[in-house]
Design a protein around this ligand. Structure first.
Ligand SMILES: Nc1ncnc2c1ncn2[C@@H]1O[C@H](COP(=O)(O)OP(=O)(O)OP(=O)(O)O)[C@@H](O)[C@H]1O
Length: 297
């Protein structure tokens, strides 16, 4: 598989703050890639470098083989970036803004594609409204449409669902999945980890300007050592020799490597005269992996 994005040893300082520290990352073309990390990890700075908005101090980055750091702006045709902040031009209607954006790319007859984007992003009935009059969620949809006017093969979405209601979030993901099925590469940052777990086939976890893990989502979950979570409510005599656990009110929470350890746990409770009055078993999710990784680094 070719690489949609290649980042090699990219560093960026803001004054005393090392926002990015020799980041290297490879995003396969055609993948749905999640870039996750706590506030301030450096995700937006890295995306800014890919979009030519932030100048790296050192390192290299390319999109589909086109360097993003030199004078050649050819890479801009290959990528559509949806930034986190709501940026819009208050002088245009929604449709005018998209037609205008198309012209930046030399697309002078882009009306059909603009109408397609308006429909897919549920903005048709807002087409003739001034962008100032859009709600926050609608402005975000307009920004997504703006990033797609030139049908870029690589799409970078920095928290696209922040401030978007649940119905729209679902339709938005359907649309993004369609784009992906069409062969595009999607790079996503989000703080909704269940969203990342469902959508992304590969994930990089960032912290303090560094990548602390990068793997297929299924591998990250399968290799997590505390894969099974058992929540028990024990009444009667609570055994003194319980394996390590956390307390949550009346419940004891156990993290086990796999299901084969459940029997031994239940036997320990039973043999000491304890009674289990409630039990819940769940698999670790991306949030558990994320929290454990952040603690470890
Ligand atoms: N222009 C700037 N000047 C100074 N510091 C900056 C600038 N841009 C970002 N930073 C700092 O760099 C660090 C990384 O910020 P960045 O926005 O890349 O993080 P992030 O992972 O996108 O966070 P969030 O999840 O909150 O969006 C932060 O400590 C931030 O305060």
């Amino acid at each position: 598989m070719t690489e949609a994005i290649r980042i090699e040893g990219v560093s960026k300082r803001f004054g005393n703050l090392q926002a990015l520290d020799k980041i290297s990352l490879s995003v396969p073309h055609g993948s749905f890639f999640g870039l996750l990390g706590p506030n301030g990890a450096g995700k937006t700075t890295l995306i800014g470098i890919l979009g030519g908005l932030v100048r790296a101090d050192s390192g290299n980055a390319s999109i589909l083989g086109h360097n993003v750091m030199g004078q050649n702006l050819e890479y801009k045709r290959r990528v559509g970036i949806v930034p986190q902040e709501l940026l819009y031009d208050p002088f245009f209607t929604v449709r005018e803004a998209l037609i205008f954006q198309s012209k930046y790319f030399g697309l002078h007859n882009n009306g059909k594609h603009v109408d397609y984007l308006l429909e897919k992003l549920h903005l048709q009935d807002k087409a003739k409204i001034n962008t100032r009059r859009l709600s926050g969620g609608m402005k975000r949809r307009l920004m997504i449409a703006q990033a797609l006017v030139h049908s870029p093969p690589v799409i970078v979405l920095d928290e696209p669902t922040a401030g978007v209601d649940i119905n729209l979030r679902l339709t938005l993901w359907d649309f993004i999945r369609e784009l992906r099925a069409d062969g595009r590469t999607i790079i996503l940052t989000t703080h909704y980890l269940e969203e990342a777990e469902e959508l992304c086939d590969e994930i990089a976890l960032m912290r303090d300007g560094r990548i602390v893990a990068q793997d297929k989502t299924t591998h990250l979950l399968a290799n997590f050592e505390e894969n099974i979570r058992v929540r028990l409510k024990i009444t009667g005599s609570v055994p003194k020799t319980l394996p390590p656990h956390e307390r949550q009110g009346d419940y004891a929470i156990f993290s086990l490597p796999d299901c084969s350890h459940i029997n031994a746990l239940l036997n320990t409770v039973h043999n000491s005269g304890g009674t289990i009055t409630d039990m819940e078993v769940s698999r670790a999710d991306l949030e558990d992996v994320f929290i454990a990784m952040m603690k470890a680094h």
